[in-house]
Design a protein around this ligand. Structure first.
Ligand SMILES: Cc1cc2nc3c(=O)[nH]c(=O)nc-3n(C[C@H](O)[C@H](O)[C@H](O)COP(=O)(O)OP(=O)(O)OC[C@H]3O[C@@H](n4cnc5c(N)ncnc54)[C@H](O)[C@@H]3O)c2cc1C
Length: 494
């Protein structure tokens, strides 16, 4: 339970007031709140899930701190058809349940945004701070469990450039041990990195179990309508920072009447501000696995590694350039995965996951009701780009992954293919996602931009977005560190 701070009754509803209110204590929001608090600003952080306190507090559920596998508790439960779209509902947000793989993409990803303050040169010093704060380190070769060690041997045998640091804005095609934000087996989330140092400060109030419904801008600030323990709670902010994530932030704006007027009316919301880009431009890295059954010798290796208590599913990563790359830079992530037990999503397989890092497919998010408890409609449109670019990139990545798996060093440890990915149809049936949705409140200067280049919602005076929904085009990176960087960048401008 968070600290409710000073509250008074206004118009029958309990209220909290602060100069800055941050909605969502996730990868970006915890950073914004932490940085503002460090500067002595009056900050309230509202989080829908629980706040379990500082690192080491026994309230943290073991699966949230154990970095070896993804945690499946504390999830918002979003689904669409065969898809599940995991999002954490807890302080630290997705940084509290994710794979803790640390990546930054290529500097040209940021140059391509064309926005002052966000170029590769601009974000480089921010990333240096983020890497330090998130305690990022590369796995050492001596950490590599047998399957990943064999992958490194194969990469060397195939003549790939084996890199010692993949978390580098200038690195291109390479294979190597991953960089992670894991400290002694603990998933180092943004709550530990950015909130713990300021938790004792009286100018920071963290209020958990608060579901933000909608907002209304008025002279001098913003009124935020929320629900806590089934009761309405009204919060007033001088400046509101929306960091509720790629699904949460556009949903709050849409419930507030900010979005495409026709779509809003269709679900019973009165339009207030015409911003059709809200919820549009949803995209992610599509992903598919080249898998194999586990041979008996590898099974023994995995069981031994698991028994020693250290068997991370992911440890190595390849960046590859497909023939479709327009800039000569890598557009494929290929990362080997292994696990020994049945609780893993791998279900007795190993393989190489392949992701399209420059997706052109786009989908959208729309609320289905004004009720904040109602799940939104989420359509990612994976591999639906008309030119077939994303599917073609995945197929090249699969060919490369199969070449690695079929190399004698690995093939001798592996059984048959489990999932058919031999045709376009089979790939489309098997396609999954890399857990990196972005883009639903894109910043930019184009007509569809929801926010300006400083994250300010166009047409509003006191509302700023700071989370992964700001990305107009996803970087070639796992998106946790980019989201942390966004928190640093926006906080520096507040
Ligand atoms: C299973 C999984 C594995 C991943 N693995 C990796 C990885 O290994 N490496 C990597 O770099 N990236 C990984 N990612 C992606 C990365 O974690 C996310 O891109 C990043 O955390 C997004 O940060 P964010 O601040 O935009 O949103 P979030 O971290 O999701 O934060 C949003 C916060 O807002 C809260 N919230 C939402 N709506 C409301 C509301 N209405 N009221 C109040 N609070 C609200 C949420 O509870 C949450 O705490 C993974 C993601 C998942 C789901």
């Amino acid at each position: 339970m968070g600290d409710m701070g000073d509250m008074g009754g206004v118009g029958g509803a309990v209220t909290i007031e602060a100069a800055y209110v941050v909605v969502g204590g996730g990868s970006s929001g915890a950073v914004v709140a932490g940085r503002l608090a460090e500067r002595g600003a009056d900050v309230v952080l509202l989080e829908a899930g629980p706040d379990y306190g500082s690192v080491g507090d026994p309230r943290w559920a073991p699966e949230l701190v154990d970095a070896r596998q993804l945690a499946t508790t504390h999830d918002w439960g979003y689904t669409a058809g065969r898809w599940t779209f995991e999002r954490a509902r807890v302080i630290g947000g997705c940084s509290s349940h994710n794979g803790a793989i640390a990546a930054v993409g290529h500097r040209r990803d940021y140059d391509a945004w064309g926005l002052p303050g966000w170029t590769g040169d601009d974000v480089e010093p921010l990333y240096r701070t983020v890497v330090e704060r998130m305690r990022v380190r590369a796995y050492d070769r001596s950490d590599a469990v047998p399957f990943h060690e064999h992958c490194l041997v194969v990469a060397e045998a195939m003549g790939l450039h084996v890199a010692s640091d993949l978390c580098d804005l200038d690195a291109n095609a390479s294979f190597g041990l991953e960089t992670v934000n894991v400290v002694d087996g603990v998933r180092w989330n943004t709550a530990f990195a950015y909130l713990d140092p300021v938790r004792d400060r009286p100018n920071l109030r963290i209020v958990d179990h608060v579901l933000v419904d909608r907002i209304a801008e008025e002279a001098g600030g913003v009124t935020i309508h929320t629900v806590r323990d089934g009761e309405p709670l009204v919060v007033r902010a001088g400046t509101l920072v929306l960091s509720a994530g790629v699904y949460g932030t556009p949903a709050i704006l849409q419930r507030s009447g900010i979005g495409d007027p026709d779509r809003l009316r269709a679900v019973g919301v009165t339009p207030v501000l015409d911003l059709p880009g809200v919820g549009a431009n949803l995209h992610d890295h599509s992903m598919v696995i080249a898998d194999r059954a586990i041979g008996p010798e590898l099974q023994r290796h995995l069981d031994v590694a698991a028994a020693t208590g250290f068997l991370p599913e992911e440890q190595t990563l390849g960046k590859f350039v497909s023939s479709l790359s327009l800039d000569g830079l890598y557009d494929i992530h290929a990362f080997p995965v292994c696990a020994s037990n049945q609780t893993s999503m791998l279900h007795g397989r190993v393989g190489i996951e392949v992701a399209c890092m420059t997706p052109r497919s786009r989908g959208r998010l729309d609320i289905t009701s004004p009720d904040p408890q109602a799940a939104p409609s989420i359509d990612h449109g994976y591999c639906t780009d008309p030119e077939g670019h994303d599917l073609a990139v995945l197929r090249e990545g699969l060919a490369f992954a199969s070449e690695m798996l079929d190399h004698p060093v690995l093939a001798s440890l592996l059984g048959d293919v489990v999932t058919d990915v031999s045709t376009d149809r089979a790939v489309l049936d098997a396609v999954a996602h890399y857990y990196h949705p972005v883009g639903t409140c894109a910043m930019g200067t184009h007509d569809a931009a929801v926010c300006d280049g400083r994250g300010r919602v166009r047409g509003l005076q006191h509302v700023v977005v700071a989370d992964a929904s700001l990305f107009h085009q996803i970087p070639r990176a796992n998106t946790n560190l980019p989201a942390v960087m966004v928190g640093e960048r926006i906080a520096s401008w507040l």
